[in-house]
Structures are given as structure tokens and as C-alpha cells.
Design a protein around this ligand. Structure first.
Ligand code: SAH
Ligand code: DHB
Ligand code: MG
Length: 230
């Protein structure tokens, strides 16, 4: 397929419009304060990959946490604490966020970022491989919201744990379930088999009401959102 210059101009204009829309929504509904900006800067300066969620995704997580009256939230994959700050801020003062992180360097940055953002009283990072830490969380369940955003191949196992650690009415969110379209377009691609299986399971599980929402990175990636049915 070839693209002539008229079409190219049109596509570039459309991309610009999408960009402006995202900027305007971010400014009006998902502006970052100093705490969130600190987390981003510290992670960048420490050389962490810049793969945190977008501000709009952060606000959506807050909206979902508030909708299910979340008092306990579990996050799998903390990075520099950016998404954790959004989540922790949706909690009441007696609420609890537990975030799991395999990399101790990341975990240290998260602790500092949580302190700077004023959420250390309710947010805690636990260091280790998520699949090793998850069995120890059974005594602290049920969680009202689970956010999955760690390594992608064990996503189906993370879903199993999320189902075990939640209650009817809880919400389960997983990032990167579209993956530049590869997860929907080339499901046999080695890099996305875990995510493809995750999508398949949430789409067909009778206990879940689910939607895969392409809303990030110019509609090429996004959240899979599931509600555990009453
Ligand atoms: N949720 C973060 C981004 C997470 S990036 C945000 O939006 O701000 C993915 C993180 O998962 C990385 O920090 C990586 O070190 C961590 N990770 C990868 N494999 C893991 C595993 N098996 N267990 C726990 N954490 C893991
Ligand atoms: C990657 C991981 C993420 O969680 C993400 O949101 C984007 C990219 C990655 O490993 O490349
Ligand atoms: Mg992600």
C-alpha cells in the first residue's frame, strides 16, 4: 500500500489532533503535581526505562479505585513509583497499597518517591519476584483493585492470583494488553503470548466483565479492565 502526499498530510494532521486532545485532557483532568514530577525525574536520572503509565491512565486508575471504594490495592510492577502514587492517592487515610518489585534499586527509588509524594503512610513496596511474593498476600486479601504491570509472559499467572486475592466487585487492570497492536494482530508473536492468553481468559471468564481499551501511545496500547462480577 502506498501513501500519496495528500494522504500523508491528512494522517499527519490527524496525529497532531490526537496529540492535542491528549494534552488538553491531561492538562484539565490529569495534571501532575510536584510529587508525581519528582518520581519521574528521579527515575529518569537513575537511568530507569521511561515506561510508566501516562497521566490519563493514572487518573483512570484513581477513577476505578474510587468507583469500587478501594481500601486495599495491589500493584505488580512498581518501577519508580509513578503509578503507585496515583493509586495511593485514591485511597482513604486508613487505606493500603502494596506494590511488588523485583529490582531492589527500583524499590529504593519507589520508597523515596512515596515519601516525597506524601503517601508513605499508606503505600508500601515489597521486593522480590511477584510469583514468590503473591502467595504471602493471601492473609491480607481481599484487595479491591489489582493493577498488573510487571513482566508480560506471566500475565496469565498474575490473573490467577488476582482472581484469588479479590472479591466480587473488585477491579483488575492490566497494562500493555494491546502492545502496538501485536497482541491483537500477531497473537503468535513470542513477545506477546502471555498478554494474548491474558486477554483470552478475561474475555471468556464468566466471573469477569472485561474490556480491552486501546487508549495509550496513540491508541496502540492500553489497559485491559475487568470487574469481578457480584
Ligand atoms: N507500574 C509502573 C511501571 C512498571 S514497569 C508505572 O506505571 O509507574 C515494570 C516493572 O516491573 C519494572 O520495575 C520491573 O523491574 C518490574 N518487574 C519485572 N519483572 C518482575 C517480576 N517478576 N516481579 C516483580 N516485578 C517485576
Ligand atoms: C514495557 C513495559 C511496560 O510495562 C510498558 O508500559 C511499556 C513497555 C517494556 O518492557 O518494554
Ligand atoms: Mg506498563
Amino acid at each position: 500500500m502506498t501513501t500519496n502526499s495528500n494522504e500523508l498530510t491528512f494522517l499527519q494532521q490527524q496525529a497532531k489532533i490526537r496529540h492535542r486532545i491528549e494534552e488538553a485532557i491531561t492538562q484539565q483532568f490529569a495534571a501532575e503535581d510536584e510529587g508525581l514530577q519528582y518520581a519521574l525525574t528521579a527515575a529518569r536520572q537513575a537511568g530507569l526505562p521511561q515506561i510508566q503509565i501516562s497521566p490519563i491512565q493514572g487518573k483512570l486508575l484513581q477513577l476505578l479505585a474510587t468507583a469500587c471504594n478501594a481500601h486495599k490495592i495491589l500493584e505488580i510492577g512498581s518501577l519508580g513509583g509513578y503509578s503507585g502514587i496515583w493509586l495511593a492517592r485514591a485511597l482513604p487515610s486508613n487505606g493500603r497499597l502494596i506494590t511488588l518489585e523485583i529490582n531492589p534499586i527500583h524499590a529504593n527509588l519507589v520508597r523515596t518517591a512515596f515519601a516525597k509524594a506524601g503517601v508513605s503512610d499508606r503505600a508500601e513496596v515489597r521486593v522480590g519476584k511477584a510469583l514468590d511474593l503473591l502467595p504471602h498476600l493471601e492473609s491480607e486479601a481481599p484487595f479491591d483493585l489489582v493493577f498488573i504491570d510487571a513482566d508480560k509472559s506471566p500475565y496469565p499467572q498474575y490473573l490467577e492470583w488476582a482472581l484469588r486475592l479479590t472479591r466480587p466487585g473488585s477491579i483488575i487492570v492490566a497494562d500493555n494488553c494491546v502492545r502496538r497492536g501485536i497482541a491483537v494482530d500477531q497473537p503468535e508473536d513470542e513477545g506477546v503470548v502471555g498478554v494474548v492468553e491474558y486477554n483470552k481468559r478475561i474475555a471468556s471468564n464468566a466471573r469477569l466483565l472485561s474490556l480491552l481499551l486501546a487508549m495509550d501511545d496513540d491508541y496502540t496500547d492500553g489497559f485491559a479492565i475487568s470487574v469481578v462480577k457480584p
